[in-house]
Design a protein around this ligand. Structure first.
Ligand code: IPD
Length: 288
């Protein structure tokens, strides 16, 4: 067999590759879901599970990337760690929303991003130049390429542009350890009186894409990992959303990621962190 030919490394070509692999892998995890799912192991706590499908899906993604672009690195949630020589590292979550997958709730995704080193961009020091997030149960493919916009099933998407927190629908998520959840509960308790409402869909990649598509007005989470946000952060930026970290000196990612319209994201951060004035401006005040 001859060596694979190097493929086009333009952001749009990498996006199309990510999208193809995400859709193929998503269809496979659907088939596996239909056969039934068992927990294969736990990770950070008994609630942080991995299934055989997570592992098989990651192996499929790794094989497809290696076949198309053998010089690239790969970082995967389930342990893939391959150094590359091309400057591109693929960041992969084979199933984001594993608990939804376990319970057969529809919001779980395959998330694949092609990233380059960029120390100031995100907390992990990498920036996606192309990415795809595929939700097989809903047959929704979100994708983006650097400078080429964000799409849902091929159609351009934009954030809602909501500027007022009081009428903003805000997505969030929770980690798996008790200590992390205590912090997250405090954040939610500060935000809930100030916003329209909160949604916890169960896949951070899908949450961020929902924000990019105008289905949520904002999103934040404490403790996300690069595979949770790599592709979706690009999709958000290409859809006109703004991202912030814990403070202006800390890029978004771990420890904190906030996403909202540029005019709203600072206020969202202030309220979640408890550094805003304490007066509720949300539904509670409007009702009284
Ligand atoms: C989780 C999901 C969830 C988020 C967690 C993530 P996983 O990823 O994205 O929505 O709240 O922080 O760990 O474990 O399903 O791949």
């Amino acid at each position: 067999m001859s060596d694979p030919q190097p493929t086009d490394a333009s952001p749009t070509a990498l996006r199309d590759l990510a999208a193809r692999i995400a859709v193929d892998t998503g269809r496979r995890i659907q088939e596996l879901r239909a056969q039934g799912v068992d927990v294969a192991a736990s990770k950070s706590s008994i609630t942080d599970v991995v299934t055989a499908a997570d592992r098989e899906a990651e192996a499929l993604v790794v094989a497809a990337i290696r076949s198309a672009r053998p010089e690239d690195g790969i970082l995967g949630e389930e342990g893939a760690g391959i150094d590359g020589s091309s400057g591109i590292t693929w960041v992969v979550d084979p199933i984001d929303g594993t608990v939804n997958y376990l319970y057969d709730l529809p919001v779980y995704t395959v998330s694949i991003a092609a990233t380059v080193a960029d120390p100031g961009a995100m907390a992990d020091g990498r920036r996606a130049i192309a990415g795809a997030v595929y939700c097989p149960r809903l047959d929704e493919l979100f994708d983006a390429a650097d400078g080429a916009g964000a799409r849902l099933n091929g159609h351009r998407i934009r954030v809602s542009g909501k500027r007022e927190l009081a009428t903003a629908l805000v997505g969030t998520g929770f980690g798996y350890t008790v200590e992390r959840r205590i912090e997250q509960a405090a954040m939610v308790s500060r935000l809930l009186p100030r916003a329209r409402d909160i949604r916890r869909l169960g896949s951070a990649a899908y949450d961020l894409c929902s924000f990019a598509a105008g289905r949520l007005d904002a999103f934040f989470e404490r403790g996300l990992q690069p595979w949770d946000y790599a592709a979706a952060a690009l999709i958000v930026r290409e859809a006109g959303g703004a991202l912030l970290g814990r403070d202006d000196a800390t890029p978004p990612g771990e420890p904190l990621l906030f996403a909202a319209a540029p005019e709203l994201v600072g206020e969202l951060r202030d309220v979640v962190l408890g550094t805003a004035d304490a007066e509720p401006t949300g539904p509670e005040r409007q009702r009284n």
